[in-house]
Design a binder for this molecule. Structure first.
Ligand code: GLU
Length: 425
């Protein structure tokens, strides 16, 4: 189960996504109508549905599935379970998926789903009933060729197995390719679970290498969030010899200036039902604000949106930020950090490893032909390094920061494809 939201300010993520879009699209020579079209989600489904709780009561839950764009292919994106999910958040996440998929050249559009619930407070049986009913509700707009969900915060491989099973029961045969991020024994891909965290570190490593910083033992890394993204980023960095000096989750921050032993940390979290860090003693406790402001080389926000804002951006000491989370930095904070010369490797590049291996899983599922983990990791690296290179080139060409460059690259692809396809009818 991925780690849930840390304390966030009330900033509307959809407004942030649109601000980023407006900044980037201004550099592109696209017809005004196409620029306007790409600001909107293509379709949005809101569902309210009953779930029988363990005590026999019926509780009503609300959820969403938003397709932002399908010009490059079926829409793709995760499903989030969290108490603070709302339609604007799902819209933002769906839009970021469109740019992310386009940036790493996957034949996908962007989507996202969410259910307002607290997965930590539901039993496994309640989670299964909620998931199956939500899957049935959104089954009218998902399929291997129209929209393919995956895990996000608060959901995991088991959630995907229930969705796949529910969908398969309705159509009458097994359809593994309707979701990605499935368990291995029902058609999941080798390397998918670690892929987002691995991709974060591939991007960080590449950026450091280009700066001539090629000795991992000299690099102090701080990671906010220890869910599926943060924990695997920490593990991969640790295996490469980087010094992970601080980590955090909803139970607090954990700091050790000598570097944490991430194998020990993971053995500790594996004992907790929700994979939490609570009770880890080989570190000093620190607050979230202290963690973000630590003296370090790289900061990897891997928790949730709006963590780095105009209020705390000034305090950041890292010279590089690698965004494992979606939307962790607001545009105002971007301005402050760019001014300070902090290099930001943006979310749609840094965390694209997850959807990239989702794509590999989907391809393997459609062909019923499966790859080994070496092949998956080799292809993942190839895709991310190519995208990294393209972002660097775009940044040089337009004299912009890496976020704007990544968005320009992605928006240009979707915009050009829209022009080529033409407007129906
Ligand atoms: N939820 C992940 C993301 O935000 C993965 C999406 C997917 O694999 O489709 O990128």
């Amino acid at each position: 189960m991925a780690v849930q939201a840390q304390a966030t300010e009330h900033i509307n993520p959809y407004k942030v996504a649109l601000q980023q879009y407006d900044r980037a699209v201004a550099y592109l020579d696209l017809p005004a109508g196409i620029k306007a079209f790409l600001r909107y989600p293509k379709r949005e489904l809101s569902v309210n549905f009953p779930v029988r709780m363990d005590n026999g009561d019926i509780q009503i839950f609300s959820g969403y599935r938003v397709h932002h764009n399908t010009v490059l292919g079926p829409s793709k994106g995760g499903i989030r379970y969290a108490p603070n999910v709302d339609l604007d958040e799902v819209r933002a996440l769906a839009m970021w998926m469109t740019w992310k998929c386009a940036l790493v050249n996957l034949p996908y559009g962007g989507a996202k789903g969410g259910v307002i619930c607290d997965p930590y407070k539901l039993s496994q049986n309640e989670l299964e009933r909620l998931t199956r009913r939500y899957a049935a509700e959104i089954s009218i707009i998902i399929s291997p060729h129209s929209d393919i969900p995956a895990p996000d915060m608060g959901t995991n491989a088991q959630t995907m197995a229930w969705i796949m099973d529910t969908y398969s029961m309705t159509v009458g045969y097994s359809v593994p390719a309707v979701v990605t991020g499935k368990p291995l024994n029902i058609g999941g891909s080798e390397g998918r679970q670690e892929a987002t965290g691995r991709g974060v570190i591939i991007c960080m490593d590449e950026a450091l290498r280009r700066r001539g910083q090629d000795d991992p033992s000299k690099i102090r890394l701080v990671i906010q969030g220890f869910g599926n993204v943060g924990s695997w980023a920490a593990k991969h960095a640790y295996d490469l010899g980087y010094k992970v000096i601080a980590i955090s989750d909803i139970t607090g921050g954990y700091y050790n200036e000598k570097g944490l032993n991430i194998d020990d940390v993971m053995a500790h979290t594996a004992k907790n039902r929700h994979g939490l860090l609570e009770g880890y003693t080989e570190a000093d406790p620190i607050s979230n604000e202290e963690l973000l402001a630590l003296e370090c080389d790289v900061l990897a926000p891997c928790a949730t949106e709006n963590q780095i804002t105009e209020h705390n951006a000034h305090n950041i000491k890292a010279s590089m930020i690698v965004e494992g989370a979606n939307g962790p930095t607001t545009p105002e904070a971007d301005d402050i950090l760019n001014e300070k010369g902090v290099l930001i490797i943006p979310d749609i590049l840094a965390n694209a490893g997850g959807v990239t291996v989702s794509y590999f899983e989907w391809v393997q599922g459609l062909q019923s032909f499966f790859w080994d983990v070496e092949e998956v990791n080799r292809q993942l690296r190839r895709v991310l390094i190519k995208a990294f290179d393209e972002v660097v080139n775009t940044a040089e060409q337009y004299h912009v920061d890496m976020r704007t460059a990544a968005q320009i690259t992605a928006i240009k692809r979707v915009g050009d494809a829209t022009r080529t396809r033409g407007i129906y009818p």
